[in-house]
Design a protein around this ligand. Sequence first.
Ligand SMILES: [Ca+2]
Ligand SMILES: [Ca+2]
Length: 205
Amino acid sequence: MKLKPKCFLHFLCLDKIYCLLSVRNARALASYFQLLDVHKNNSLNDLQFYNFLHYVTDLSKAQIMLVFDLLDWDGKGEVNFDEFYMLVCIIMSHENHLEKQFMYRHCHPVFELLDIDGGHTVGPAEFQSTRFLFNIKKTELSQIFKDFDISGDEQLNYKEFRMFTIFCIDRQQRKAREKLRKQIAKAEAAAAEAESLSEFSFSDL
Ligand SMILES: [Ca+2]
Ligand SMILES: [Ca+2]
């Protein structure tokens, strides 16, 4: 999933810890939602929703309609502002490589979103069809179930899913620490090299 260039969402700023918009940005988004809501019933139907997502992302029609059905969990044929806001935060998280952070911070709503059949568990097929929302690689799926399906029913219940999100964040933080450590080591090596070079030129004079 990628945001198309020059669309309105590029002007919004997502909080990197909570993966939510500021009050000012949320107000701007509410005004944008009102512009899309041409029938003035505080919701978007599938056609309005499709045109919005088709305009701002590279998602296919099938993916857009799946997202619509996920958000419209009660089958009313409409998406209200709260659901729209959550979707925008998911898109922005994806765009900022914070999708795992979003899953961790908003674990329960995400779990409910991915539980397509409402059976209170997320199965491999549900993960497979929704993985584009949170950038979960196809090759990761079987490992996820191997590692976190403690009860062995080939489904993740909420506790198992929560453990998976904690693991994702932990792995992400470990990678970030490793990256920082490498950057510091590189900077120290460069500084040491510069120092030895300056010593060499002074002794040379
Ligand atoms: Ca399910
Ligand atoms: Ca399980």
